[in-house]
Write a protein that binds this ligand. Structure first.
Ligand code: IPM
Ligand code: MG
Length: 372
């Protein structure tokens, strides 16, 4: 039996292209792993009314971790139009399978390193080395939403004095999305950020929230972060409002180090950070729980490029690197990172986003060649 079972989930669009690239690299590294393909994505929504079928969840439950390509997500009305006519007007509601996976497996921590490879022409600056910790299961992603607003929920909300201004709005004309934080999750994400900073000799941790307006949820996060920060006297602790932070990250990204935030702000900030170091073609992520994790590039499925083997596989291959790290295969992870950095700085073999004309697979092969 292989040492690792890895669920193999290409998903939609260019997810397939970049996973083929990942396979080239993994075959070269040759860890003792079995890769188990799982059905996930739009195709299964259209056919079965479920983009994350139970059989895939079962595969994931049996695996050490998952590697995931990309997913096409569309708003509910469009999703209904594409659903198998036999399933329409029943209870099928589309929800993003990656968001569901995070919830189902309690993948509470989203790790998104954004480091500039020297020589990457797409770098905003060459000296950027940010690591985003995004809380991954709560906040606006907990999925507690209402429209129309049920009367009982309206009545409950009316106990808050600021609801008064909505008193006469018809219930079908109100939509509510709840931003739910728990103290435990706030503590957990901040602690992970500090532990990472400690382990990797990082200088600072910056908490990104908006407690001046979103007083209760952001407020709880700030309160917990301040307490946790006292346990790490050697690491500087900064607090920033999310809007100002977008500005600071564009002004002086080199001043920042480890960043930590709640789910939606972390989502937004991590795209900003990704663009500073070359864009989504470079942005990798790990959805990490206590005993299970799913690694994925943060780019979408880019349907117009699907199957063309045109997109940059580096985000995917960097996600493989994060997976190797998480599995404890540190040496392989390091070698892979060095191989990626060397092809980027040399700048000969590259995809269109970098001004090149190499294919996704050629880039993967070149990286594979450089793995020592
Ligand atoms: C991400 C993506 C997802 C998210 C989408 C695809 C649901 O933007 O992983 O950052 O919002 O978390
Ligand atoms: Mg995102």
């Amino acid at each position: 039996m292989a040492k690792y079972k890895i669920a193999w989930l290409p998903g939609d669009g260019v997810g397939n292209d970049v996973m083929d690239a990942a396979k080239i690299v993994l075959d070269t590294i040759n860890i003792d792993a079995e890769y188990i393909p799982g059905d996930i994505g739009w195709e299964f929504w259209k056919k079965e009314g479920d983009p994350l079928p139970q059989r895939t969840i079962d595969i994931l439950k049996e695996s050490d971790c998952g590697l995931f390509g990309a997913i096409t997500s569309k708003p509910n009305q469009e999703a209904q139009k594409e659903l198998n006519p036999k399933l329409r007007n029943k209870e099928y509601v589309y929800s993003s399978p990656i968001v569901r996976l995070r919830q189902l497996f309690n993948l509470h921590t989203n790790l998104r390193p954004c480091k500039a490879y020297p020589g990457n022409p797409l770098n905003y600056r060459d000296d950027i080395d940010l690591v985003v910790f995004r809380e991954n299961t709560e906040g606006l992603y907990a999925g507690v939403e209402f429209s129309p607003l049920p009367k009982v929920v309206f009545d409950a909300l009316m106990t808050h004095k600021k609801m008064k201004k909505f008193e006469n709005v018809p219930l079908e004309d109100i939509a509510v999305s709840c931003r739910i934080f728990t103290r435990k999750a706030c503590q957990n994400i901040v602690r992970q950020a500090f532990e990472y900073a400690k382990e990797h000799n990082r200088k600072s941790v910056t908490l990104i929230e908006k407690p001046n307006v979103i007083r209760e949820t952001s407020g709880m996060m700030v309160q917990e972060a301040r307490k946790i920060a006292t346990n790490y006297p050697d690491i500087e602790f900064f607090e920033a409002n999310v809007d100002a932070m977008c500005m600071w990250l564009v002004k002086n990204p080199q001043d920042y180090d480890v960043l930590v935030s709640s789910n939606m702000f972390g989502d937004i900030i991590s795209d900003l950070c990704a663009q500073l170091v070359g864009g989504l073609g470079f942005a990798a992520s790990g959805n990490i729980g206590d005993k299970f994790a799913v690694f994925e590039p943060t780019h979408g499925s880019a349907p117009k490029y699907a199957g063309q083997y045109k997109v940059n596989p580096i985000a995917m291959i960097r996600s493989v690197k994060l997976m190797l790290d998480w599995l404890g295969e540190k040496k392989h992870a390091e070698n892979l990172e060095t191989a990626i950095a060397s092809i980027v700085s040399e700048g000969k073999v590259k995809t269109y986003d970098l001004g090149g004309s190499n294919t996704t697979l050629e880039v993967a092969e070149e990286i594979a060649k450089r793995i020592v």
